[in-house]
Design a protein. Structure first.
Length: 171
């Protein structure tokens, strides 16, 4: 069984106002560039110290597949939620310095943007800046439980927030 050819993107060799002739096009090997994935989520995505997290399970599964591109998780945080802190946190809104299960592969790219108690209505105002900064190719979003679970929103309002996340990520 033969493997599929590497994907390529055609890019102009110069930036002229008219389309360049075909012989001046260069091939850019997309397979060398990582597929950048931004994961947005709540506590189920962030995980708690000692967890494997579904992010790790996804990364592990992707690393065992015959992908044409390497995978890179992006985002401002790398850890899980720590156990109840002994002293006040420097920023009580962000607690992402917890570790993972002891058998988590040291190669795990654990970057993410998820936090304990986060809701879709909060993320819709943050996602544009996150996408601008981290330049993901793909955004995975696991939000909405806290919107309805804590009676912040009903189903229609939660769906509207998710729609706004998608629209703001695409801007």
């Amino acid at each position: 069984m033969t493997s599929p050819p590497s994907p390529v993107v055609l890019t102009p060799a110069s930036s002229s106002p008219s389309p360049p002739p075909l012989d001046s096009l260069q091939l850019e090997d997309v397979s060398l560039k990582p597929l950048r994935i931004l994961i947005l989520g709540d506590s189920m995505t962030q995980g708690q110290e000692g967890d494997h997290t579904w992010r790790y399970r996804l990364w592990h599964w992707l690393s065992t597949q015959s992908l044409t591109r390497p995978i890179q998780f992006v985002g401002p945080y790398t850890g899980t939620m720590t156990p109840n802190p002994v002293s006040p946190l420097p920023d009580p809104n962000i607690n992402a310095s917890g570790g993972y299960a002891l058998d988590v592969d040291s190669e795990f790219d654990s970057h993410h943007c998820s936090g304990w108690g986060w809701a879709a209505w909060q993320m819709k105002g943050m996602v544009y800046d996150l996408v601008t900064k981290w330049q993901p190719d793909l955004v995975l979003c696991m939000l909405g439980f806290n919107d309805m679970g804590w009676n912040v929103s009903d189903a229609a309002g939660t769906l509207e927030s998710i729609r706004d996340i998608v629209l703001n990520a695409r801007k």
